[in-house]
Every structure is written in C-alpha cells, then in structure tokens.
Design a protein around this ligand. Structure first.
Ligand code: ADP
Length: 391
C-alpha cells in the first residue's frame, strides 16, 4: 500500500510512524521509536492493533547518537513488506518568522531551516538530520516539514512582540509559541465535538506543557514564547521566569551558558521543585510535601495562565485537556478545573474519572473536554496534501 513515513527526531529519542493511504486518507499502520539514545537504547515498534513488531535493546555504544538511531531505524523499516513509500513528513520545531504552514523541502528550504538553528539550537539540528539523510538516500521521495511554530504565526503584532528594542524583533526575537501541531489537531477535533465554542483554551500538558487560546479555531495567544522554556512549569523546565534570575545566575553564581541552559532545560520544573521526579505520576503517588508543593505550583500556574488566556479571548466557551497529563490524570484535571470555577466551569466528577470526552456538567458555562492529541496524524495529513496536490 502507498505509505507516508512520519519522523519526530529528538536528542534522546527518535519516533516514527507509518500511515497507509486508505481511500485517500492516512491511516496509522505502525508506531515505533528508538528511546534512550546513548544511554539505554531500545528499538520498539507495534502495529496499529498494538501487536509488537520489534522490541530490542542495544548497548549504549551501538546507538550512541541520532545518526546511529536513524541507521538502525532505516534498517528495520527496510525489513517491512507491503509499504510503498510515497512521502516523508517531519516534525520540525522551528519555522521562524516566515513559515506559517508546512513546506515541501528542497535545498533552499533546508538552508533556511538550518539558518533557523540559532533560534532552537537544542532541537532544530536533530529535526534536520533525518531530512538530510533521506535527501541523500531517497532523493525522489518528497519530504515535508511541519512546524511547531506555524499554527501561531497569525498572532497579532502586539502579541507576537516583546517590549524590547524593535531591531531584536526584526532579527527574529518573537513570541513564536510551540506545540502548534497538537493545537491544530485539537482545533479540528473541536470543530466536530463543540462547533459552537468560539473561545477555547487548549491545555497541552505533557512533559512539555503550554496553553493556547483559540478564537474561532485560530491561535491568537500562547503561553510559550521565543523558546519552549516560557509559560507553564514543565517536567524539567521552570516555565515563566523573571529574566533577572538568569542575570543573577551568571553574574553572582558565575554559571556558564551551558550550566544555565542545563539548569533551565533539565533540572527545573517539577523535577527541580520536588527534588523527586519530573513525572507527574511519581508526584501524585508521593506523600512527600515537596511533591505536593510541585503539584500545587503546577496547578496554580495553570490557573493563572488560563485567566490570562481567557482575558485574551474576552471570555471562555470551552477548555480542553490534552497530552500525557491532560489525557490521563483525572486528579490534575479536577484541580485545574476548580481554578476555572470563577469563569463558570463545573466539572462532572464521574465523567472526569472515566476520562469521557466531555467532563463538564450540563449547568457548566464552560464546556470541559478531554481530547487525545495526535500530532503525527496532523503531519501525515499535511504531507499527504503536498503529494495529492504538488505545488
Ligand atoms: P511528551 O510528548 O512531551 O514527551 P507526553 O504528552 O507523552 O509528553 O506526556 C508525558 C507525561 O505525561 C509523563 O511525564 C507523565 O508525567 C504524564 N503522565 C502520563 N500518564 C499519566 C497519568 N496516568 N497520570 C499523571 N500523569 C501522567
């Protein structure tokens, strides 16, 4: 069958999915990943019905970096029968100021994306490595880049800028926002589930976390900004921070750029505050008061951000929970929903406990929803659009 390969490459994991084209629409066939790159590498993949296709561990030196993970994945994909590769869709974190939608990749686009590496030095190089490799080995297979920033590019100028000298804006220092593929998918689902809800906040709460304000399905504001550090506290990132703290760390503590970067990306957030774990499940299961503090802080900041975005929308019709925490933790959903009571939100405890799609009571002025996100399906759809109607 004709197939689209979707790739999401990070520094410690490489995720891939194969979508078959069934009656002209992408239908997931295989979902796989190489995890623990350089530490405890493991290649796993399963068919759409959950049947394991491969589950194999490797020594750290066998898969010590992303290129090695790509080679292993490529080799394994080569053992699969029955798929005719028609296109590859890539998740690319940064599309910079210019890309407000997915783009068919050619040498000029790749140059432009490489130039944007300065804006996302921790992620962009990993996203581009598989594109370069595929260009070399499958030059005839179209590749499409789908950006985490693109969905937010329609923000008004007053929302897109920082109050910094304007030359920095021109140079690319802007409030880009991230998780855009997730929000785009949820926006489409909300059109089916609650078409009358014009003012919607979506809370993408995973190990990375942000919120987005949707007005008539379009993003008008996000809690993330220039980088994916801003906004809500996350597994290992602090979220919104007084920039004076960074100056203090450098000036008074003598920390290097690398040390501050590690502190902000890897040692902060739920992990830093609790001193226990970056995983919400561990904190919910713990009776350590520091775990409780990390949870209280997370819920508090979610409430504050929801208030900010409700102000941007001029009111609120619906609030959506998605991603790992949002989809799976009834306890966290209930606590955040309580913070929305002033907007008229009333949670239906039984519906919330079972993870129903709608978890608000009929009397609630704000519809509360749980909608599993699907960034890979969004990428597959975007990619298909290019091969169905090449530009
Ligand atoms: P990402 O894609 O950003 O890596 P996910 O959206 O998969 O993250 O979310 C992962 C996080 O979801 C985990 O770190 C964990 O904290 C949280 N999570 C998953 N299941 C549960 C659960 N049942 N209860 C609470 N948190 C959960």
């Amino acid at each position: 069958m004709d197939a689209i390969l979707v790739i999401n490459a990070g520094s410690s994991s490489l995720k891939f999915q194969i979508f078959g084209l069934v009656d002209g629409a992408p239908v997931r066939q295989v979902r796989g990943q190489v995890e623990g790159i350089g530490t405890r590498p493991r290649l796993g993949a399963a068919a759409a019905d959950g049947t394991a296709l491969v589950d194999q561990g490797y020594a750290p030196e066998e898969i010590r970096d992303l290129p090695a993970a790509l080679a292993t994945t490529r080799h394994w994909l080569g053992t699969l029968d029955g798929f005719e590769l028609r296109a590859i869709g890539h998740r690319v974190v940064h599309g910079g100021p210019d890309f407000s939608g997915p783009v068919l990749i050619d040498a000029a686009v790749l140059d432009r994306l490489a130039y944007l590496q300065d804006l996302a030095p921790l992620h962009q190089p990993n996203n581009l490595a598989p594109i370069r490799l595929a260009m070399e080995i499958n030059p005839d297979v179209p590749q499409v880049a789908c950006f985490d920033t693109a969905f937010h590019r329609g923000h008004a100028m007053h929302s897109d800028c920082y109050a910094l000298p304007r030359a920095l804006y021109e140079e690319g220092v802007r409030r880009y926002g991230f998780h855009g593929l997730s929000y785009e998918y949820i926006s489409e689902r909300m059109r089916e589930i609650a078409p009358a809800a014009g003012r919607v906040i979506v809370a993408h709460l995973g190990s990375g976390a942000s919120m987005c304000a949707l007005h008539d399905g379009r993003s008008i504001e996000s809690t993330m900004g220039f980088t994916a550090l801003d906004g809500l506290p996350m597994g290992t990132r602090p979220g919104q921070l007084d920039p004076g703290i960074v100056l203090y760390l450098i000036d008074q503590r003598g920390m290097s750029v690398k040390e501050v970067t590690d502190l902000l990306y890897k040692e902060s957030g739920l992990k830093g505050l609790s001193g226990i774990s970056n995983d919400m499940r561990d904190l919910l299961a713990s009776d350590d008061p520091h775990a409780g503090l990390a949870l209280d802080h997370f819920v508090h900041r979610c409430g504050l951000s929801a208030g900010m975005l409700a102000a941007a929308l001029g009111g609120l019709d619906a609030f959506v929970f998605t991603a790992g925490v949002g989809e799976n933790s009834a306890a966290i959903r209930a606590r955040i929903a309580e913070r929305l009571a002033w907007l008229g939100a009333k949670v239906d405890a039984a519906a919330n406990d079972t993870g129903a799609t709608c978890i608000s009571t009929p009397a609630s002025r704000v519809g509360l929803y749980v909608i599993p996100t699907d960034e890979e399906l969004m990428i597959a759809r975007h990619t298909l659009a290019f091969i169905a109607a090449p530009t």
